[in-house]
Design a protein around this ligand. Structure first.
Ligand code: GRG
Length: 297
């Protein structure tokens, strides 16, 4: 399979797995279930499940376990976007080319959608996984909890909200994004690898790789916020600048942000080269790294 075929294949199986794990909208409470499905299904690049599968492939993980783990991470991601779009946070009306959840439904429902998606993610990650011991699974549950919590994504979001109108240093901005965006991306990479026989050395290298692509993802997001239009992005373009938020482009200029992206890409690829020396198969991770850099939305 070439990369576009592989990507479509994983996106389709992720869509099926998400469809399967989400409660039917005919089930009470219908409005909440309808809104949960609205926030998760039919949209999104599924970068985090793709990373789970690509990372699992380095040392040959079971694909069904990767589907489950990828869905758990994607549900946390969908919850974070739903809450982030609400008036108390980023206050946006457009996500994935359609009205945000609180606009299509209402604020209280959007709040509950996020809550219910988060608990569903942990329900899923705690369900039996083929070829994975219960001890390993407990470690995986803890890893996702840490990545999503106050020392991870939620903490990064708190720093983000406190940074509006402030001039951060590049190091402070990197710290914020390593938490806000990077923590979940790192969890996707590590959880995928933990479904395989990856040893501590491999997990260490994959953690370093993930930190680089987590930042890379955000740097590209900042560049797209300036260079792409709302129709292509499927969300409001120019939002960060309008909201007076510090970004890699405001601190380094667009050219400086592009240089940083190129350095992070090189760093990520050299970590993969380390893994390949110890017998890892990193083709998909390498292709995904380039996809993150070259994406248009
Ligand atoms: C509310 C606790 C809490 C956290 C929110 C992720 C996040 C933290 C906020 C989203 C703000 C944002 C736009 C961050 C930039 C990076 C990012 C996560 C972009 C969206 O992810 P994609 O591009 O989205 O993977 P799709 O729609 O493809 O799934």
């Amino acid at each position: 399979m070439n990369f576009p075929e592989w990507m479509q294949h994983i996106q389709q199986r992720t869509e099926r797995a998400l469809e399967h794990c989400l409660p039917s909208k005919d089930l009470a409470p219908q409005r909440l279930h309808d809104a949960m499905r609205y926030s998760v299904l039919e949209g999104g690049k599924r970068v985090r499940p793709l990373l789970c599968h690509a990372s699992g492939a380095v040392f040959g993980a079971n694909a069904e376990a990767l589907d489950t783990v990828g869905c758990a991470v994607e549900l946390i991601h969908a919850y974070s976007l739903t809450h982030d779009d609400m008036p108390a946070m980023d206050n946006d009306v457009l996500r994935r080319g359609k009205p945000t959840c609180h606009i299509e439904f209402d604020e209280a429902t959007a709040l509950l959608v996020g809550d219910a998606l988060q608990t569903l993610a942990f329900r899923l990650l705690a369900s039996p996984l083929p070829d994975i011991s219960e001890t390993q699974q407990l470690t995986m549950v803890q890893l996702l909890a840490d990545a999503a919590g106050s020392r991870g994504m939620a903490g990064g979001q708190a720093i983000d909200l406190a940074s509006v109108g402030k001039r951060l240093t590049v190091a402070e901005l990197e710290f914020m994004h390593l938490h806000k965006t990077g923590a979940l991306i790192r969890a996707a990479v590590l959880l995928g690898a933990m479904c395989s026989k990856a040893d501590a050395t491999a997990l260490d290298a994959l953690g370093r790789y993930a930190n680089r692509i987590g930042l890379l993802f955000q740097v590209i997001d900042d560049i797209l916020d300036i260079e792409a239009d709302t129709a292509t992005l499927g969300k409001t373009a120019g939002k960060d600048v309008d909201n007076n938020k510090p970004t890699f482009c405001t601190l380094l200029g667009v050219a400086g942000a592009k240089t940083l992206a190129s350095e992070l890409r090189q760093g990520a690829l050299s970590t993969l080269a380390e893994l390949e020396k110890s017998g890892g198969e990193c083709t998909r991770l390498r292709e995904l790294t380039d996809f993150i850099v070259d994406r248009r939305h």
